[in-house]
Design a protein around this ligand. Sequence first.
Ligand SMILES: *Cc1c(COP(=O)(O)O)cnc(C)c1O
Length: 464
Amino acid sequence: MTGERFWPHDEQLLRSVMDWSWRRIAGGQDPQARARPPAELDAALGDTVVPDGIGGHEALRLFTQVMVPATRAQDNPMNLAYVPAAPTEAALVFDLAVSAAEMFAGTWEAGAGAIAAENQALTWLASLAGWPASAGGCFVSGATMGNLSALVAARERARRRLDGATARWRFAATGDAHSSVRAAATVMDCEVLDVPGDERGRMTGAALAEALDAVGPDPLADGVFAVVVSSGTTNAGVVDDLAGVAEVCLDHGLWLHVDGAYGAAAMVAPSVAPLFAGMEHADSFVVDPHKWLFAPYDCCALVYREPEHGAAAHSQFANYLEGLDRTAWNPADFAVHLTRRARGLPFWFSLATHGTDRYREAVETVLATTRAVADEIRSRPHLKLVMEPDLSVVLFERVGWDLADYEAWSVHHARAGTVLCVPTRWEGRPVLRFCFINPTTDSDVVASILDGLAGEPPAKPRPG
Ligand SMILES: *Cc1c(COP(=O)(O)O)cnc(C)c1O
C-alpha cells in the first residue's frame, strides 16, 4: 500500500467488533429481545448520521445496547414462530470471513473460487432432488427473489416456444402458495390460475388437470407458462402432491416450479423423503438454507434442472460487460441481480465442516421433535391437533379459547422469553402454530408450555 491511510485505522474498534461477534456466536441471543416503537428507538439512538460522525465505539455501543435488544431472537431454540432460524456456529463465524474477503460473486472472472464452492453446495441440493450434475443456479437473498427469478425464466421459455405470440400470461398455484408467489405475479404483471387445494390445502394432479382443462386443450398456447407447488406450505408445512402434479406438467409441457423455501430441506431426511417423489421432474426449485439448513441470513438456493433457461431470461448485456466470458459460470445469469455477495459460502462452510450425514441427522432430529410434540398435544384433553404434521409445522387448538386468548397468551410468553408462538388461521379459525427447525429445541420444554395451556388465559396485555 502506498501513501497514508485515508480512513483512520482503529485497532481497538476492530477488536471490539470482533469480540462482540465472538460472544454473540458462542453465547446465543437474549430471548426477550423484541421490537420497540420507532419514536422510542429514535430517541434512544439520538442523531447518529452527522457531519463529524459519532465515532465507531459509540456506534458499536448503540448497536449492542439499543439495536440488538430491539430485534427478535431468531435463533433461540424456543422461537417457534413464523419460520425461525438456527444457523450453526460454523456458518455464523464464516459469514464474517466472507465479509472480510469482499468477493464479487456475480461473475466467474471475479469470484471463481467462491462460486466453485457454492456450486458444490448447489449440486448437493440438486442431487437430493434427483437431478443430474448438469443442474445448477445460484444463491439469492431469499425465496421471494428465487421464486420470481424462476418464474421469469419459465415465462421466457414459454415466450420462445410460442414464438412471440402474445398471450395472457398466467401460472397455476393454490391459495396456500406463499404470499411471495402472488407477489411475483404482480411484479410480472401476470395472473394466477387458481387450483383448489384438497382438504389439507394440497395441490393434486387431478385438481390441476381439471383447472387446465377449463383453460383449453393446450394451456401453454393460452399463456399458462408454469405450475407452482409448495413443499411444504409455510402455514401448515403441507407438501403438495408433487408426483401427481409433475405428471400433468409433463403431459402439457408446462414448467414445474417447486417452492421449497421452508420445507425442501427435508429432502435430506429418509423418514419424509417419499413426500418429495416427483421432484425429479421439476424444472426449478428454491430452498432457503437460512430456514432449515442451518445457514445465516440471507441465503436462498435457486436451482434449475436446465440452467440455460435461467441464463436465457436473466443474462445482462452492456458495453462495459462486453469483455465477460459468457461461456463461464456467471451466477449473475441466473436471477434478477448482477452484483452479489457469495452468500452461499456460510452454508457451504457449515456443510463442509459437519458433513451431509450430520445435516441429515439434524433434520431428522427436528422431525422427531415435531412428532413428539404432536403426541404430547394428542395426549392432552385441553388441546386438539388440527392435522398430522407432514414436516415440522404443528397446528393445534386450545379447546374453548378465542383469538384474543391466544394473543394474550402469545404476548405473555414472548415478554417472559419462554416461548415465541403466534396464532395463525386454519380454515378461517384461529389456531396456534409451532414451526420447528432447531435441533436443540427440547420437546420436554415444549411439553411444559403445553401444560401451561390448561389454565385460564393470561390477562389481556397492556400496550407497549
Ligand atoms: C419463507 C418462504 C418464502 C419466502 O422466502 P424469503 O426467503 O422470506 O423471501 C417463500 N415460500 C415459502 C414456502 C416460504 O416458506
